[in-house]
Design a protein around this ligand. Sequence first.
Ligand code: GLA
Length: 728
Amino acid sequence: MAIIHDAEKRTFTIHTQNTTYQMQVDPYGYLLHLYYGRKAAGCMDWLLTVADRGLSGSPYDAADIRGYSLDYLPQEFPVQGTGDYRSPMLIVKDINDAFGCELRYAGYEIAPGKYSLQGLPAVYADSENDHAETLKVFLEDKRLGLHITLLYGVLPDLDIITRSVIVSNRGEKPFRIEKLQSACLDLPFGDFDLITFCGRHAMERQPERCALTHGSHVIGSRRGMSSHQYNPMMILADHTADERSGRCWSMQFVYSGGFKAEAERDQYNQTRIQMGLAEEKFSYPLAPGEELVSPEVIMSYSGEGLAKLSHNLHRCIRKHVCRGKYRDAVRPVLLNSWEAFYFDFDGDGIVRLAKEAKELGIDLLVMDDGWFGKRNSDFLALGDWTANEEKLGCSLAELISRVNEAGVKFGIWIEPEMVNENSDLFRAHPDWAMVIPGKKPVLGRNQLVLDLSREEVREWMYKAVCSVLDQGNIEYLKWDYNRSIADVFSHTSDDQGKVLYDYMIGLYSVLERLNARYPDVLIEGCSGGGGRFDAGMLYYTPQIWCSDNTDAVDRLIIQYGTSFGYPVSAVGAHVSTCPNHQNGRVTPLKTRAAVAMNGTFGYELDPGKMTEEEKEEVCGQIEAFRKDAALIQNGDYYRLSDPVSDNMGAWAYVSEDKSQVLLCAVIIESRGNMPAMYVKADGLEPGAMYRIEEDGRVCAADAMMDMGLPLPQPGEDAHSYVYHLMKI
Ligand code: GLA
């Protein structure tokens, strides 16, 4: 049993393979958090301290114990209104516009298997194979008629605990939810670093680590999307924690809309971290009988450093978030037309690319933006999802057949959540776009966002995508989303505070229907590159274009940051041409392939412009990739250097039995008379010897993990090294 309820101590304890999580109902019915850390036994209420603290008020019922204050006791679901002045998870406004809520324990349920969430993506796992269990703890505020269900999903073998919250109105009067977070963790003692993943378009998920000081460190997105700027993922770690040692806790949001994540160090040096829905542009009314479900947070703890933490998250996302045929199947190697042609192509050009792709050994040709309506630039036609036959020189159905006849699969780009003012769709349904009446809308890439909180818009979007996919044998769809939401307004909603949340429910419902109707179509998520790279989208699209930046050196950092929370199988990565279109850098073709293989692997260039020598090299790369694809997709991933500070990006994939290792490194800048660079291996079997296939060296695992493996002099910038280590 992973979940244990102790009726006498009034505790709930969750044990996973290496961790323990515990909470307790106190004598007044408040739910206190006791512990989340390495596996431990017994009741841990001895961790609580009570002292008379000035200006920290007591709940009315606890007034006899001076100093019993929720202002410093660790809590499981802190709400605004209990005398806890730290940042709350829930803020409720009642019918008199008064703030204040007081929740008391009201029961529990333990069930086998992992809960799912109505309308929202969530980790899935069963009781039989995964030993998953669910804990529900109920809280209530009798005055408001407000009922809370705290949900805990436990995947014991993976050291994963998920959390979500359901708020129900079981009273007689409406109230409004002004803030709702999904998970919180109070740690009573310790000095910590916060690791977040921030960035911008074409430079997403740069890791940033800083010591927590008093006050709050907040990241989030007010953009209605998870965003390029801050990924919905954070790690709290000991100052000394590194890849191989130290304590670290993570929270990761299974949601693609706006979010808030906060780490707070309080007056007594205690730490609270929490994650949930963005507060801005959110104010959700609940009438009697209604409820609101918060998106899920995935939590994990590792006492053995960041590599172990990432392994827990990778396993969870790979097998318990991603779904469908391509969860396990090796992904097709693809050629995307975007950087080859941008908007400037015709059907013959696409067929030529398909033929070239076939010769190189590529599986799939993707026709990117520009194939529909009058779309020859990004000023128009989003919404008009019928093929531009004049431009293609044939129907879409014919083009698909011609590409298939060339011997490759066909994939297509779409951006169905958006509309240009200059489109037939907008002319027919101007009120489907989110525009505030009387206000000029903010434009992003000249486009507006469709109002997916509306049922008829969802229905239209579903049918529009189906009508494209039904044109022929389309085996891949790139689902793009190229702006942030600025103007939140639905012409039919009775309450604008609901719209952003309802938008996501709408998007997910359409994706769910499409997944069900087209189980064999691989959908790749995209949002101006990696602007919606989150576990929510991965539930519907098992891979996401990681960044519009295809430069191998910048990608070292982007993919390094991404790897903390997301598996390689989720990371869309392609080889593109040089000089690179985003930053002008020239890198060796070999390096571009090594870096793109640290992802789903494909190409984004015009093979017609390559020399014969380059084509031969590409054929070799694809052959090599096929041999290693299973190890790359399913192996344990180790970060072996920090490319932000190390002049080197290095990483390895290690098979489960540790017999096979693929170790890759890129030295970023070559220098004169350079000191030798060493890569410290990780995850090898202690005591074992490994042969390096490429140069025949036979090396002790322990020495490679302790001193490192020396790399030959690079002789050029961005030189790469790919080594297969076989256990002997
Ligand atoms: C976004 C994507 C690109 C490409 C263009 C097409 O920027 O990230 O890969 O598909 O849109 O307009």
